[in-house]
Write a protein that binds this ligand. Structure first.
Ligand code: SAM
Length: 594
């Protein structure tokens, strides 16, 4: 069967069945003869262009002349004939190709007319218009761009990739009107919000790893973990595709004392070997190879917390598989505008968008739809509340197991736990169970209160639910949430941090260190310079300035926080997996390769 027949079959199957989903339809179909990526791209692009292509086909009367073509097949073929670089992917003598090319003069003329009717001066202008229209609901969300400071700076990106963008002062202005707008985020350093129709794929910054598409909320965990040099090594326990791992690496890198070699390692665990390859590619692209150590298919639960390798691990980031219920833009099946069948009175314009039941909460707000999204972005509709409950129970038990394992690392003093789920079972409830666990209590783990969090997240207004925290307002306030429909332009997300005293006096704060404006330590706890530059005699003579001393004799991290404010803010998305619930494979932990 040809690429076109296979794609038409999938489009018609996914549009007619309740809960149809293009991605699942393509990637879940094992017997496809054509490459899945090609089928998916053709189906998606055809849906995107279908309002224009329908006009072209109807006005050129293609279906009246070519009776053997179905409306869907005609759309797919005309799409490739007009818009694909290489035209229709069939031999010149093939009947299907001939059925389109016989009408090329009329098709081309109607395409030009359709463009002019939309007042688009060029094909490029039309592409932009179509991309914006196609975004639909997603047009209400900016593209979040994390500037990868391992490779570039916000200033450089504003002057190059985004030179033609107008800066606006609030995130809502980015999506309010079509165009090229940009907002430098006020909460997360090195993060930008950019107009959603902007096509990144072709920019040098994107292909070189200088910018990374990462939802704002997905940047919270690494920022909240806030690893400093004195925290030692860092573990990312569930790493692929690597957004947070590379974010961690960039933070670690930014704090390496000047003229010194990195002393910290970020250990990345990823259980799934296929996803490990994605992680490896991302680490390489982001320029983070020197800081991150990873091995294929390593299960975090198999890592021995007491092994020498991890004796210096002070910080852990846990972002396990979850229900994915907070993810934006994966809900809908794209709309296909079908051409009319000549002689048929019934309009063939068809909206194949899945009309899911919209349930509401008591306050009338939209409730989460019962859909689970796995780590590869595949959706599963949950047919009943009972099924949802069972799935959430299994997920939260797996999430808690991972968190309690993280609690066991002897030198650990800070851990973040995050999900892209909106369900309390996976969020506040896991936090409470972890705090009440034996290992949590024995090892002195507490929740990191809001007032000890990094500035941007202290100021982030959306907090955990008191109800979900069993009435504990302090825990709720320490938890950080985001909701996809609240106008802040972010996905649904949850993150909380845990802390404990490893060495009395140094636990939650910054310790008695003096930092430079980049947050690098320039004086240790004894007031001794840590960098060669600071060893000049005149600097050595001075004592620690009194006005930096706090009441308890520690030193505030004022400059570092100013720096955080001045830096801007940037998805790969990361849902959850059924297959990961068991947690552990057979086999022994064998350490990290170089
Ligand atoms: N943190 C990632 C990011 O920001 O790009 C997204 C992580 S995704 C939500 C969860 C990942 O954890 C999946 O790739 C899954 O294969 C992996 N995973 C699940 N259980 C694991 C385990 N026991 N050990 C290591 N990785 C695991």
């Amino acid at each position: 069967m040809s690429l076109y027949h296979e794609t038409a079959e999938i489009l018609s199957a996914t549009s007619s069945t309740a809960g149809g989903n293009l991605k699942t339809g393509v990637f879940g179909k094992k017997d496809l003869k054509s490459p899945q990526q090609q089928v998916y791209a053709l189906a998606l692009e055809t849906c995107k262009w279908s309002p224009v292509l329908k006009e072209v086909i109807d006005k050129s009367e293609l279906l009246r002349h070519e009776r053997k073509l179905s409306p869907l097949l005609a759309l797919l073929l005309v799409h490739d004939y007009i818009l694909a670089k290489g035209g229709i992917a069939l031999p010149a003598t093939h009947g299907l190709r001939a059925s389109i090319e016989r009408h090329k003069a009329r098709l081309n003329a109607e395409f030009t007319r359709a463009r002019l009717r939309r007042k688009a001066g060029s094909l490029e202008a039309l592409r932009e218009q179509i991309a914006t229209e196609f975004l639909g609901e997603a047009a209400a969300y900016p593209r979040w761009v994390r500037v990868n400071i391992l490779k570039t700076t916000v200033e450089d990106q504003l002057a190059t990739t985004f030179a033609t963008f107008s800066r606006v002062l609030s995130v809502s202005e980015v999506t309010a009107t079509p165009g090229k707008f940009l907002y430098v985020d006020e909460h997360v350093p090195n993060l930008l919000a950019v107009s959603p129709s902007f096509e990144f794929a072709k920019t040098e910054a994107y292909t070189s790893g200088a910018i990374i598409l990462q939802d704002k909320a997905s940047c919270f965990p690494a920022y909240l973990l806030d690893p400093h040099v004195e925290d030692g090594d860092v573990i990312d326990s569930c790493a692929a595709p690597g957004n947070k791992t590379t974010h961690l690496a960039s933070i670690v890198h930014s704090r390496i004392p000047e003229n010194e070699e990195p002393t910290q390692t970020v250990y990345a665990f990823e259980k799934d070997s296929k996803r490990s390859r994605t992680l490896e590619k991302m680490v390489k692209l982001a320029g983070a190879k020197d800081i991150i150590r990873m091995n294929f298919g390593q299960d975090f639960l198999k890592a021995d917390p007491n092994s020498d390798l991890f004796s210096n691990v002070g910080c852990l980031l846990l972002d396990p598989s979850c229900s994915g219920s907070g993810i934006v833009g994966r809900d809908d099946m794209p709309t296909v505008h079908l051409p009319d069948i000549p002689g048929s009175s019934k309009s063939q314009l068809s909206d194949s968008r899945r009309k899911r039941k919209r349930e509401t909460n008591d306050d009338g707000k939209k409730k989460a739809q019962p859909v689970l999204v796995d780590d590869d972005g595949k959706e599963t509709l949950v047919s009943s509340e009972k099924e949802l409950k069972a799935r959430l129970e299994a997920l939260s038990s797996f999430q808690l197991t991972l968190l309690l394992h993280a609690f066991k690392f002897p030198a650990a003093r800070r851990i973040t736990y995050s999900t892209c789920s909106i369900h309390a079972e996976e969020n506040e409830q896991v936090v409470l169970k972890a705090l009440q666990s034996d290992v949590g209590k024995q090892r002195g783990w507490r929740i990191l209160p809001r007032d000890r969090q990094v500035r941007g997240l202290r100021e982030w207004p959306v907090r955990g639910s008191v109800d979900a925290s069993d009435g504990d307002a302090e825990v709720a306030d320490a938890c950080i949430r985001s909701y996809k429909d609240d106008g802040r332009g972010v996905m649904g997300f949850f993150v909380a941090a845990f802390v404990r005293d490893v060495r009395p006096g140094l636990e939650d704060g910054d310790g008695p260190y003096i930092r430079d404006e980049n947050g690098r330590i320039i004086r240790d706890h004894l007031g001794m310079p840590t960098s060669k530059l600071e060893c000049r005699p005149e600097t050595l003579r001075g004592s620690l300035p009194n006005n930096e001393s706090t009441q308890d004799g520690h030193y505030e991290q004022v400059e570092h926080e100013e720096e955080d404010e001045s830096m801007g803010s940037g998805d790969l998305s990361e849902p959850s997996s059924d297959s990961d619930l068991s947690g552990a494979d057979e086999g022994e932990w064998n350490g990290f390769g170089d």
